[in-house]
Design a protein around this ligand. Structure first.
Ligand SMILES: CC(C)(COP(=O)(O)OP(=O)(O)OC[C@H]1O[C@@H](n2cnc3c(N)ncnc32)[C@H](O)[C@@H]1OP(=O)(O)O)[C@@H](O)C(=O)NCCC(=O)NCCS
Length: 160
C-alpha cells in the first residue's frame, strides 16, 4: 500500500501537550473530540499494514490512550498504549494493579530512521513521569519494535 501523508487542517481541535519548534505532540485519552477520533483513525489506518495485528478504532471509554506526533501540519507517527491489568491478588507480588503498556509505535515510512520515535517516546515518558526502564511493552512486538524497546529498556524489556 502506498503511504498517503496525513495532513491535519489548521482548524482541527487537538489536545496538544507539547510544542517544540515545528513538532507537536497530541495526547488522546478519555473522552476525545470528533476531530481527534478522526485523526486517530487516519493514523491507525496508515499504520495498520505495518504492525501485523489488527487494532480497533479509539474506544470511547478510558481503556486506551494515544500520542500523535505532528511535524508542521502532518501527522507522522504515534504511540498507543493499552492497560496491563494484573490478575486479582498478583499486585502483592508485582507492586501494581494496573499500568500502561506500549502497544503500538509507528512512524510514517518516509520519516523513519530520523529519530522520531525516539523523540516521541522520550518526550511522552517525561510528560507522564515514567521511568524508561520500567516501561512495559505489549505483545506482539515486530522486529523493529523489539529494537526500539531494547533501546529504551536496555537491561530488561517488560513484555506483557
Ligand atoms: C519501529 C519504528 C516506529 C521506528 O521508528 P523510527 O522513528 O524510524 O526510529 P528511530 O529513528 O527513532 O530509531 C532509533 C534507533 O533504533 C534503531 N532502529 C530503528 N529502526 C530500525 C530498523 N528498521 N532496523 C535496525 N535498527 C533500527 C536504530 O539504532 C536507530 O538509530 P539510528 O537510525 O541512529 O541507527 C518504525 O520503524 C515503524 O513504524 N515500523 C513499523 C511499525 C512497527 O514495527 N512498530 C513496532 C511494533 S508495534
Amino acid at each position: 500500500m502506498t503511504y498517503r501523508p496525513i495532513e491535519v487542517p489548521e482548524r482541527t481541535r487537538l489536545n496538544v501537550i507539547l510544542t517544540e519548534g515545528d513538532r507537536r505532540i497530541v495526547m488522546l485519552a478519555g473522552e476525545i473530540s470528533e476531530d481527534e477520533r478522526h485523526l486517530f483513525q487516519e493514523v491507525a489506518t496508515e499504520a495498520q499494514p505495518d504492525v501485523r495485528f489488527s487494532f480497533p478504532s479509539f474506544p470511547s471509554d478510558n481503556d486506551s490512550r494515544a500520542f500523535i506526533l505532528l511535524v508542521r501540519t502532518e501527522a507522522i507517527g504515534f504511540r498507543c498504549d493499552w492497560p496491563d491489568v494484573n490478575p486479582k491478588g498478583a499486585e502483592a507480588q508485582t507492586g501494581y494493579q494496573q499500568r500502561w503498556a506500549i502497544r503500538i509505535i509507528w512512524i510514517a515510512p518516509p520519516c523513519r530512521r530520523r529519530g522520531f520515535i525516539t523523540y516521541l517516546i522520550g518526550r511522552t515518558l517525561v510528560h507522564l513521569d515514567e521511568i524508561p526502564s520500567e516501561v512495559a511493552w505489549h505483545r506482539p512486538l515486530t522486529d523493529e519494535g523489539k529494537i526500539i524497546a531494547s533501546r529504551h529498556s536496555p537491561e530488561r524489556i517488560f513484555v506483557v
